[in-house]
Design a protein around this ligand. Sequence first.
Ligand code: IYR
Length: 328
Amino acid sequence: MDAYERITRNAAEVVTEEEIEALADDPDGKRAYVGYEPSGVLHIGHMLTANKLIDLQEAGFEVTVLLADVHAYLNDKGSFEEIRHTAERMRDQFIAYGLDESNTQFVLGSDFQLDDDYTLDLHSLELETTLARAERAMAEITSGDSVKVSQAVYPLMQALDIPYLGVDLAIGGMEQRKVHMLARDVLPSIDREPPTSLHTPLIADLGTGRGKMSSSAGVTISMEDSRDDIESKVNDAYCPPTADPEPTDDGEARENPVLQVFEYHVFPRFDAVTVERPKEYGGDLAYEGYGALEADLESGELHPADAKGALAEYLDRLIAPGREQLAE
Ligand code: IYR
């Protein structure tokens, strides 16, 4: 796999292709980053962007993980003290999950976001941005009904993080795309380059295949889950024998979350996947790529129950090192 393919595989969107091609031509020493509001326990949402960071490390990038404590505070996630404490626990879990420790820089937002220069640049961006635009950028990040001033400041700080961290590429889930588009528009007003970004897809709720899997609602997988927890959540998952399920009766789109987790979590991290089956049901199946597994589920060769059994096994292998870390 060449560098461009590795950098862009499984991405929902890159902005722009030409800019990513230029980075892929000479990735050594280039820097990519993701920011996370500290939340204590890594869950499948963090793991999706972390997989992309691992791809980027394999392609030669250096990686920064921003533990966005000030952002979490602005997004009403608790007292600053609590958030700080939580941030400290996350670092080791990322390493246990598979980020290359020698090549990952962990930065707390508060290490640079409270400096004078940053604050003045932030105020310049505030002057350049309407409240309506800031609010739109945050639509998929915040959940509260009323918009606070803090939530208008938040995306501008996220934009400013990019030049202050000196990164060449910003990574995030699709819910971050409007913040990155805002960053492209406003950073030139303070003589900074419009940033390049790459967005990972959103995975549907494991239980229903609707909406997006999140840590706050519905069924998700976290590093706190025991093997039994994983098995029971995966066993109860929505998994029709197709990658393209019918919408619900009320017209809501549905995905197959079991296939999505195979595609975005399992295959990027394992060279081959074996589905164990008793001899009388045809014996084990081996897959070297996601496409063949999807095709077998659709044709009926692979039964959803057997796919789920394998999914639980591989998810457990991904999560076990972090779970042990948490237990210490
Ligand atoms: N908005 C992210 C957190 C975040 C991401 C980046 I990239 C930053 O520079 C700062 C914060 C979230 O929703 O978790």
